[in-house]
Design a protein. Structure first.
Lengths: 337, 337
DNA sequence: CTGAAAGCGCTAACAC
DNA sequence: GTGTTAGCGCTTTCAG
């Protein structure tokens, strides 16, 4: 059996309180300090975090709830978050809900049952109701990437509207007028924002908005694949398509490759979220890139602050900027009118 | 404050033992059962897993330690593992060590400090020494994807030698004789095994093995990029290259694209690990594909068994088979001699 | 089947 | 600065 604080009490002749105090960084006479350190060494003592958790009502673990793991955005962000939290001695318990709203709600309950000290989540549901349980127990929650409209929460987001606006604008500047967008369902915050950016850019340039050029659907490879296929089949095909999410981008590229449709010769495209993909594909893709590390850093820090009791008057919303990575997947129509 | 077992004791007039027994699925008089259930409902009672953990010396959490998260293989496997474990009421605490052996050892200590009931790991280090601490405390460990030669551990692997053998053999069958391999450093179990498969296929076909065609290096995009660049620069360039890992594949494809080297016209390639990539790239890549879901399922189940005390006489090693996904990235040299 | 009581390993008053 | 003591919320003997 592992050594306990009592064993080191016996070995040193000190009291539990003194040992505990040492363990928690309190002041102890130098000689006692040495004695304790010696005993710890000899007995291979290590704090039992569970017992400490029961006594302090803190588990030093945080829950991370996301849609799925095998996703470049989530993977990178979590990787970074985990590192930061561990450096602060927090463990990271992960759950993925696979886009299932019911599972998402259950996962919160699950994490709460594990008594996590805080929760970081990239929401799937449209409503924040599933977070109520955490809120009820005063477990701090920080939203990552997506927000809710039914209630404000502490969150770290990117300016999705601007991201999309700039991408579409750069298409317009290169002479494109028939521009399509393949995006997510309206239930996703990010999808709505990105569509808004599209509208803004089109309106600003006085370009007509055709509903047939707006392809809403699930944020999956299939949606990108089928939507771009449909766009290509139209009599009045767009000259450019904005692929407003990673999976969509992947699906669209696969479809173009399969059909032998060349970009930018036959159609121009701008993708989303994965710098690496931009280079793997030939010609290199124009890409909207999110500052994943920064997102992670801010989110982790915000949660750390909340857990430490540093709570601002109102909810805090941090919005970061995306960048637009140029490639060779957009034709410049303005030079040969 | 959240309701405790004592509150429901008060409300029902029953004893702690009875309530506890109910909570743990024991037999209780129907009327008492009802009373307890009512109290639970009213008080919003939920078991405090931390207190339970202290009493039972089980935390119902497992630690997962991997090299990195933003990696298709690890991401997919963990996603699956987490799902299975959660269904059994286990939480998953993740750590990534970023390929740092020291961090890897510390992470085990960290997980042990969190009192996980078991550990699942894709090792980074060459020696299993870092797992000793877990072993000492009799915390079950299951290795995923990579094994050690210094000691046997329970593990779920794939037959890497066969995977590689088949890939290289399929190149040979298509008339290739000058075949290169870009692989990982010898310190990685998987790298050694994959190289062995290459040797086996070459020897079997009586083909000479040139050291200059064997490019060992870090399992990163850069290694793939630079190695294929060097191979192309040789006077006596290989006609085919086996890219024995996902990052290497990515790097090689990027390099080929950048330099305008066409495959399979200028060089044939077979990649590794990501079906999606196979389709994103044009022409479609030949790919060695690992059964990630199966790996995850077996690993999770094995750990669940160990934690439940089902321990076999000797260590258990499960070896799964990979498959070879055909594409258009390999030229058939045998038809135009 | 139920109850009383001890204890898991640690923290946190509170006295000294 | 140190020791005593009383819990944290639950499980688990052992009687009844």
């Amino acid at each position: 059996m592992a050594a306990t604080i009592r064993d080191i009490k016996k070995m040193t002749g000190l009291s539990l309180a003194t040992v505990s105090k040492y363990l928690n960084g309190g002041n102890v006479l130098p000689e006692n300090r040495l004695a304790i350190e010696h005993a710890i060494e000899v007995l291979h003592y290590e704090v039992n975090e569970v017992a400490r958790g029961l006594a302090t009502n803190k588990t030093k673990t945080v829950g991370v709830l996301i849609e799925r793991f095998d996703n470049i955005f989530a993977g990178t962000v979590i990787s970074e978050i985990e590192d930061i939290l561990r450096a602060h001695d927090y463990g990271t318990i992960v759950c993925d809900c696979r886009g299932d709203e019911k599972l998402e709600e259950e996962s919160i309950k699950f994490l709460l049952g594990k008594r996590v000290d805080g929760i970081l989540t990239i929401p799937t549901s449209r409503s924040s109701k599933y977070l109520q349980a955490a809120s009820d127990r005063e477990v701090p929650v920080v939203l990552v990437d997506r927000a809710f409209e039914d209630r404000d929460w502490d969150s770290v987001l990117v300016d999705n509207t601007a991201a999309s606006y700039e991408a579409v604008k750069s298409l317009i500047q290169r002479g494109h007028r028939k521009i399509a967008i393949i995006c997510g369902e309206d239930k996703f915050y990010t999808a709505r924002m990105r569509l808004q950016g599209y509208f803004k850019a089109m309106e600003e340039a006085d370009l007509p908005i055709y509903p047939r050029y707006i392809k809403r659907g699930r944020l999956e490879v299939e949606h990108g694949y089928h939507s771009i296929t449909e766009l290509l089949k139209m009599e009045d095909s767009p000259t450019a398509v904005f692929l407003s999410n990673y999976e969509i981008t992947l699906g669209a590229v696969i479809a173009l490759n399969e059909k032998g449709v060349r970009f930018p010769d036959d159609i121009s495209i701008i993708g989303f979220d994965n710098m690496m993909l931009s280079q793997v594909v030939k010609p290199n893709l124009w890409m909207v890139v999110q500052p994943m590390q920064e997102i992670a850093r801010h989110a982790a820090q915000m949660l750390l602050d909340r857990m430490a009791g540093r709570v601002p008057e109102t909810t805090e919303k941090i919005t970061l900027k995306t960048s637009l990575l140029p490639g060779d997947s957009v034709a410049d129509l303005s030079i040969k009118p």
